[in-house]
Design a protein around this ligand. Sequence first.
Ligand SMILES: *Cc1c(COP(=O)(O)O)cnc(C)c1O
Length: 366
Amino acid sequence: MEVNYSYLQEQFEDHKKIFDDLDKLIETCDYTLGEELEKFEKSFAEIIGTKYVIGVGSGTDALFLSLKALNIGVDDEVITTPNTFYATVGSIVTAGATPVFVDNNEEFTIDVNLIEDAITKKTKAIMPVHLTGCPADMPEILNIAKKHDLQVIEDACQAISAAINGKNVGTFGITAGFSLHPLKNLNVWGDGGLITTNSDDIKDKLILLRNHGLINRDECAVFAYNSRLDTLQAIVGNHLIKQTDYITNTRIENAKLFDEEFSKLNGCITIPPRRENFKQVYHTYVIHAKDRDKLLSYLLGKGIDAKIHYPIPLHLQPAAKYLGYKEGDFPVCEQHTKSIITLPVHQHLTDEQKQYIIDSIKEFYR
Ligand SMILES: *Cc1c(COP(=O)(O)O)cnc(C)c1O
């Protein structure tokens, strides 16, 4: 049996309906911005529960443009964690600011107990990452931010529909960035990103920043960028967004089944803490495994597309050399890279595939 990590083939089986709407686009020639994008932004705002959503070119741009809209750049520091996808840090650096890392906790999100030690006179913002689709501890992060007068920009790229006490991620910070990349829970046919915000002022700035700073065709308020969510991708998004609950709930069910089965393998598999009031959406299903490297090759040999998210923390990447970090600086994150393994958890797994994953892991430890 084969269990793939990617499910794009199944995801877009129904693509004929999307093609019909693309045909209409050819007639209207409404290729940039326009009605379909507005419709998509509105639907997304309803799902997350923010006043505004601004569609941009990618999740990376969503974070980068958020920093720009907040005037965060040269000589400023932004606090984040070393256990994340490169783009979190890439957005901070391309905005001109300096990333400052804080170790993560057992939930793979930023350890809120360590944030205050990392704050300096230059700190302007905290960028927590809801990694794996598990919310960072936003209430506590907002407390710290308020006390030190810092902005909070959520990296929610992996976390559509994740929530704390029923309040969605993407509604806590001044802005949040979401990604529509093909490998994310809600995806389109290429790159795309969304920014959520409740601030009128920031929304106005972002509308300018994503579209050359144009007030209208002939007037430019500020020299800026071209990072609009493609209308074509918005059309794809308008179709898939209807599946958001199905995608989310199926992933949660799959994770629950795995948690139950693997908790029987005490001492071999360790499941990260699951808080009652946290809704995790399992963009990735990450657990700790004894003899991880052997298990990984065993599973790959059995056709199960297991992975590691991520094998090298960002502070130890060649790109981070100039920041001066060294091995040992973030012990929790570094320890995790040796034990974590990611299993397919997506909404298109069949019962047989799920059972095959479970049986294979049990067999390995027998
Ligand atoms: C995917 C991702 C991004 C970047 O999103 P793109 O749409 O690929 O630019 C940023 N942060 C995290 C945590 C991600 O997983």
